[in-house]
Design a protein around this ligand. Structure first.
Ligand code: ATP
Length: 454
């Protein structure tokens, strides 16, 4: 295959290989392997300068749409470490387990619930066809110890899911915030799992971040609110992606449902890994608050101010991951376009402007012309107060555009000789590569309108 054919083939590949995303993330400072100089730790990552901007934008956008835009939703931020009894009440100590099998031949390890049915029945490795060993059971909770005196230290756990804090703080929120049912509590926070098969980059990690909404309702309104949040969350993801056809609901089969759940849906996104869960919409009924009432001995029931009815609220949960969103949005946005001039392919991240880590790059046409540099730096300083702006004067203008395309910067502002005459600049848009000429005074509003969600 010639180099040009190869580039064409890459462009036609419907799903981006994860390796390309991993390489881009490392090269451009989105994600680094944790403790890399010591050989790394499987399933744990650090986020670099662009990665932290992207994560913050993702988090902020979720918080804005879930908390700020809903009068009946508030937020909390709970601690990572809780009382160990929490994990008894939640069922994690007993049930938070993965059943694993190892292949005797190729030594690969699989989660039984991820194996094709015929491999389970035939006890056969899906990788090499070898015989599988006896299944073993692992608990996923990460243990830690509180206290310093040996023998008196209390064993507890790093939270295996972030949402437990919301149940623990439910009563405090009711008493301190005047929220009345139906209402929701949101939280974004780290969770830790000793995943036995971490992998596929950020998809399955040992330390990751979840976002949860727990929406508390009267049982008579459960179905209505379940349907409401199910649709809301689907539309939220759909609004952020380019490949809308790669998003769907998967309804859980009856044998997958928890005993208290009437329904459950996963919002799934299709990548080279197949259809995979992005967020779960769960019918939790009164399970969580009842269990914490029972294990703590505290009454977590709610009294309706109007009817005086006392009841344990039912819960609609929407639970997703910051990291899976980070990964899926990069996969969704990544594109390699063949260059019509036959030179290098253009790599472009077609990220939604609201999410893009850098909103605008300001580029003087030439770096050796002081007037251009001064004007460009001046524009950059003004824009920087409003959004993440980068000043770049290194290399020719085409290369600088490419550099910004690769990190998803939606707009590049070029300062040229005409700028010095009439105070106008060229604004180049990332996706269509169209250029418009506008006045410096209009620039902030022009950009703000385009990078703000509305
Ligand atoms: P899976 O079946 O993929 O293990 P789960 O059903 O255990 O996921 P939940 O416990 O419902 O996942 O967690 C809610 C969300 O948290 C998931 O939809 C996913 O976005 C995210 N998540 C869960 N586990 C991980 C992980 N190990 N690494 C990164 N994100 C995760």
């Amino acid at each position: 295959m010639t180099q040009v054919e190869n580039k064409q083939a890459m462009h036609d590949t419907p799903f981006v290989p994860i390796e390309k995303i991993v390489a881009l993330c490392k090269r451009r400072g989105f994600v680094y392997p944790n403790s890399e100089i010591y050989g790394g730790v499987a399933g744990i990552y650090d986020f670099g300068p662009l990665g932290v901007e992207l994560r913050n934008n993702i988090r902020r956008f979720w918080w804005w749409s879930m908390v700020q835009m809903h009068d009946n939703v508030v937020g909390i931020e709970g601690a990572i470490i809780t009382h160990p009894r929490v994990w008894e009440a939640s069922g994690h100590i007993e049930n938070f387990v993965d059943r694993l099998v190892d292949c005797k031949n190729c030594k690969r390890r699989f989660r039984i619930d991820h194996l094709p049915e015929e491999n389970v029945i035939q006890n056969k490795c899906p990788n090499c066809g070898g015989e599988l060993m006896e299944p073993r059971t692992f608990n996923l909770l990460m243990e830690t110890y509180l206290g310093v005196v040996e023998g008196e230290r209390m064993k507890t756990y790093l939270r295996g899911e972030a949402c437990q804090n919301i149940y623990l703080d439910f009563d405090n929120v009711v008493k301190s915030s005047r929220m009345q049912i139906p209402f929701g509590i949101c939280q974004i926070g780290k969770a830790f799992r000793n995943e036995v098969t971490p992998g596929n980059f950020l998809f399955r990690q040992r330390e990751f971040e979840q976002w949860d909404l727990q929406f508390f309702v009267h049982s008579s309104e459960m179905q209505q609110w379940f349907d409401y949040w199910k649709e809301k969350r689907f539309e939220w993801y759909k609004g952020l992606i380019n490949h809308k056809e790669r998003l769907h609901f998967r309804e859980h089969r009856p044998d997958e449902l928890a005993h208290y759940a009437r329904q459950a849906f996963d919002i799934e996104y299709q990548t080279i890994l197949g259809w995979q869960e992005w967020e779960g919409i769960h019918w939790r009924q009164d399970w969580d608050l009842s269990r914490h009432s029972e294990y703590s001995g505290q009454d977590l029931s709610y009294v309706d101010q109007n009817t005086k009815e006392r009841y344990i609220p039912w819960i609609v949960e929407t639970s997703g991951g910051v990291d899976r969103t980070f990964l899926n949005l990069l996969i969704d946005a990544y594109e390699e376009e063949p260059d019509p001039s036959g030179k290098e392919a253009r790599t472009v991240l077609r990220l939604h402007p609201t999410i893009a880590p850098v909103k605008v790059a300001v580029l003087p046409l030439q770096k050796n012309k002081e007037e251009l540099v001064t004007a460009a730096k001046d524009i950059h300083k003004k824009l920087q107060r409003l959004m993440v702006s980068q000043y770049d004067e290194v290399a020719n203008i085409g290369r600088r555009y490419r550099r910004q395309d690769e990190i998803g910067t939606p707009y590049c502002v070029t300062v040229d000789f005409q700028t010095l005459d009439d105070r106008t600049v060229t604004v180049r848009e990332r996706d269509q590569m169209t250029q418009v000429r506008i006045s410096i005074d209009e620039l902030p509003l022009y950009l703000l309108e385009r990078v703000t969600w509305h």
